[in-house]
Structures are given as structure tokens and as C-alpha cells.
Design a protein around this ligand. Structure first.
Ligand code: PBG
Length: 334
């Protein structure tokens, strides 16, 4: 029975939700394969596949198989992959020298992929934690993660990655001044076209847990990363971090983690209008996968909804372990 004071609603938002064609017509944002960066884990050997227990559906693979995955990704139209190494603990040192070894895992993998001349970009992280025996992103002395000394290591690592053919460098270490050092080194060494996608607003987050397993850093990590990664309670500070990285020569910026930090994505995109990416990190992936495995939610729908949320928040793209799954889904849809 209509209420006597308001016999009918003057506006009916439901009109625009009646059918699939109408919903498609009024949809404000759209996820495309062009929005995706696919992170991959590289391990030593040949023909090696190692499932990662805390990230169901994700595996570490040897260089030969990474090249295969890059091929598949290119075939699906994924524009970029990001490589992370599982470094043999025997190779890790306090000085993290393996980070600038021209033949380290990610450098070899990059050269192998570049040999195939695929239409796909390769992004490499610049940070010392996969190579450090103490699991930190910089050098540790007397319990302190050193800033300026660490920059020297990051600079050497960045140049080794550029030399190997990386298209995009992703400084993920959160040392002060890293983007400037890397940009200057690239310019001075004839790599003016290598882009920097800086992990500008990177928080000290519990959601990186499974990743540290994947790269073998969790057992190694002494203490936590709260003296260099950001406090989850802050958001003005994220804008200052982004401003600094852009002034130092970053081309694109990232917010990390993703879903719990969508407000940061929105503020960064509005304030700076630069290409802005979110990293849907390992813990976010693991949560969706674990709940789906228990039958507590629909894994595919949760994946699509989580990725749509990044677009709605203003992100230009997403680093996500779902990249291949969603690229296949999108290909089927069209
Ligand atoms: C390393 C790095 C981390 C991630 C990407 N690069 C972990 C960390 O900072 O401890 C996390 C990615 C993920 O959780 O998926 N500097």
C-alpha cells in the first residue's frame, strides 16, 4: 500500500538496475586487461614449479617457465609482469651483494623474456630484502636500517636491473631519497627510458605475510619494517611521500596494500593526476582464496568485485596475483 503522504517515490534508482543491458549502459568504470600487472616468483633450476602454500594457485617457477608465463601473459594482452626472486638462503649476506649480481634470478629471467621480444613490459623491484640475510629492505647495523648507506646498494641494484633489460623499476624499499638516486644513476648510465613506478605510499602491513614466504624472507626478517614503511593510521603523509617521489623523478606511483587503502588511492589520484597503481598484495589474495576454499564466499565474484573497487577508487591499474585468471575471464566475456 502506498504511504498516503508519499504516494509514490519521485525518483527510482532501481530503474537503472532492471536488466543487464541497462546496468552495462550506466556502468561508470570498467576493468580491462590493460589495467593488469602480474607478479611472478622466480626460483633456481630448470622445469621447477613450487606451489606456495599460503597463496593457492600461485607458484614459484624457474627461469625457463617464467619465460613461458610471460608468453602466456602477452598472449592474453596483459601489458606488464613483475618479477620477484626466491633467493637461496646460502646466497644471502648482510651486504645483499646478490642484488646487483648481473646473473641473479630476476636479471636472468628478464634477459630470457626480452630475448623473445614479446609485447610485454618487465618490472623489477628495487629493494634489498630478498637478498639480505636479515630480511630488511636496506642494510642493518646495530638494529637500525641505515638510510643513506642503503641507497648505495639500491643504486647498484637498479643499474644491474636496467642492464638486464627491465622496462620499469619499482623501488619498494621506502628509504628516503631512493628515487632521486635511481633516476640520476639511470640518466648518467644511458638508461633515460627506464621508467620508475615507485612504491610511494607503502605501509608497514600485516598483509605481506604470504609474500615473505614466497620469497623466503619471513624466516630471515629481524624485527619489523615500521621504521621505514608507513604507519597504517596516516594518509596526509602518503601525499607527502608521493610528492617527494614525483619530484625525484618517478613516472608512476603505487599505493600498497590495496583494498584496505582505497582512500589513499583516491586521494593520490585526485591530488596528483599521475598514473596511480594499487598493489593487491599477497595477504589480500590469500584471504579471498582461503574463504573461497572454505565455501564462505564465491571466489570469482569476490575477485571481480575487488578489482572493480580499485577502478572505482581511481586507480589506473592493479598489480594482482589474479591477473591471469581475470584476463582469461575478460577474454571469455568479450
Ligand atoms: C619487498 C616487497 C614486499 C612486497 C613487494 N615487495 C614485502 C615487504 O615489503 O615486506 C609485498 C607484496 C605482497 O605482499 O604481495 N620490498
Amino acid at each position: 500500500m502506498p504511504h498516503p503522504a508519499a504516494p509514490f517515490p519521485m525518483t527510482r534508482p532501481r530503474r537503472l538496475r532492471q536488466s543487464d543491458w541497462m546496468r552495462r549502459l550506466v556502468r561508470e568504470t570498467r576493468l580491462s586487461v590493460d589495467d593488469l600487472i602480474w607478479p611472478l616468483f622466480v626460483v633456481d633450476g630448470e622445469g621447477v614449479r613450487q606451489p606456495i602454500e599460503s597463496m593457492p594457485g600461485v607458484e614459484r617457477v624457474s627461469v625457463d617457465l617464467v619465460a613461458e608465463k610471460a608468453n602466456e601473459a602477452a598472449g592474453l594482452g596483459i601489458p606488464c609482469i613483475a618479477l620477484f626472486p626466491y633467493t637461496d638462503p646460502a646466497v644471502k649476506t648482510p651486504g645483499a651483494e646478490e642484488a646487483w649480481n648481473p646473473d641473479n634470478l630476476v636479471n636472468r629471467a628478464t634477459r630470457e623474456i626480452k630475448k623473445q621480444v614479446l609485447d610485454i613490459g618487465v618490472m623489477l623491484d628495487v629493494a634489498l630484502d630478498p637478498y639480505n640475510s636479515d630480511g630488511h629492505d636496506g642494510f642493518l647495523r646495530d638494529g637500525v636500517v641505515l638510510n643513506d648507506e642503503s641507497l648505495m646498494g639500491l643504486e647498484k641494484q637498479a643499474l644491474a636491473h636496467a642492464e638486464a633489460g627491465a622496462d620499469i623499476l619499482g623501488p619498494s624499499d621506502m628509504m628516503d631519497g631512493r628515487v632521486a638516486i635511481i633516476r640520476q644513476a639511470l640518466e648518467a648510465n644511458d638508461f633515460p627510458d627506464v621508467s620508475i613506478l615507485s612504491y610511494a605510499a607503502k605501509y608497514a602491513s600485516a598483509f605481506y605475510g604470504p609474500f615473505r614466504d614466497a620469497v623466503g624472507a619471513s624466516g630471515a626478517l629481524k624485527g619489523d619494517k615500521t621504521t621505514y614503511q608507513m604507519d597504517p593510521a596516516n594518509s596526509d603523509e602518503a601525499l607527502r611521500e608521493v610528492a617527494i617521489d614525483l619530484s625525484e623523478g618517478a613516472d608512476m606511483v603505487m599505493v600498497k596494500p590495496g583494498m584496505p587503502y582505497l582512500d589513499i588511492c583516491t586521494r593520490v589520484k585526485r591530488e596528483f593526476g599521475v598514473p596511480t597503481y594499487a598493489y593487491q598484495v599477497s595477504g589480500e589474495y590469500a584471504m579471498i582464496k582461503a574463504a573461497a576454499a572454505n565455501g564462505w564466499l564465491d571466489g570469482e565474484k569476490a575477485m571481480l568485485e575487488s578489482l572493480a573497487a580499485f577502478k572505482r577508487a581511481g586507480c589506473d591499474g592493479i598489480l594482482t596475483y589474479f591477473a591471469k585468471d581475470v584476463a582469461e575471464w575478460l577474454a571469455e566475456e568479450s
